[in-house]
Design a protein around this ligand. Structure first.
Ligand SMILES: [Zn+2]
Length: 242
């Protein structure tokens, strides 16, 4: 059995038996890893507290046949000071859940690791509600499914954009038959900036009045993407079973 080290973020953990925990990680090199951390629920455990969700760690594991075993953990960054602020804690949880849903074990994706650690770091700096939408748009871009906010998905017009239709993958102009949900100019501006990679600008300058709409649209975008993935994989599964 081989020993390996990696940088990782703890996505979630759950209890196993009397004293152990299953830890689900996103590792820089290995991608998603499920491992067992033995004895971590005992008070004497030397690394139990370092395995809180959202913690960035350096970890050493033994490769197992089914499950790897954690042998060492160094905490490199504590999770953002989130326990005291529910909205803030909610945002961290959303980031971790999204990553958990889009990854499968055994697929390395260093870009995703970088995106997640960057967002966690940003959350630690300030409780900015635009961090999750910025993360979401970048994630969809990495997955190759970012909606188009540039031009109408039906006629290509860049002017008079009035609604967004996520099923069609983007925005629709005023002259095309409206089937999407209404999109205000200010919300559109934010999404165009995010699509252009002007993240700093969005974090610093998005008016509070617009933030809620941006957050909820970004949330629906990622939900829709996850649903579609789920359907695709269940269809695939049925094919494999047939
Ligand atoms: Zn149009």
């Amino acid at each position: 059995m081989a020993l390996y080290r990696d940088d990782a973020v703890v996505l979630r953990t759950h209890k196993l038996g009397e004293a152990d925990r299953i830890v689900v990680l996103l590792a820089r090199g290995r991608g998603k890893v499920r491992a067992v951390a033995k004895g971590v629920r005992r008070t004497k455990s030397k690394f139990g507290s370092r395995l809180e969700p959202g913690t960035v760690i350096q970890i050493q594991l033994y490769e197992g046949r089914n499950l790897d075993t954690v042998t060492q953990v160094h905490r490199t960054e504590a999770p953002p000071e989130a326990r005291t602020d529910l909205a803030h804690y909610g945002r961290l949880t959303v980031l971790l859940e999204i990553i958990d849903s889009v990854t499968v074990e055994g697929e390395s994706n260093p870009a995703l690791f970088k995106l997640l650690t960057g967002a966690i770091r940003e959350l630690g700096r300030r409780p900015n509600p635009m961090i999750v939408p910025a993360f979401t748009m970048r994630l969809l871009a990495l997955e190759g499914v970012q909606p188009s906010f540039d031009r109408c998905v039906r006629c290509g017009s860049t002017d008079g954009i009035a609604s967004v239709n996520l099923t069609e993958g983007g925005v629709i102009c005023r002259t095309c038959p409206a089937t999407g949900e209404r999109l205000t100019e200010s919300v559109l501006d934010v999404f165009r900036s995010l699509a252009d990679g002007r993240v700093r600008e969005v974090l610093d300058d998005t008016p509070v009045a617009v933030q809620h709409d941006v957050e909820s649209l970004a949330g629906r975008m990622v939900e829709q993407y996850l649903e579609r993935r789920l359907k695709t994989s269940s269809v695939l599964y049925q094919h494999l079973q047939a």
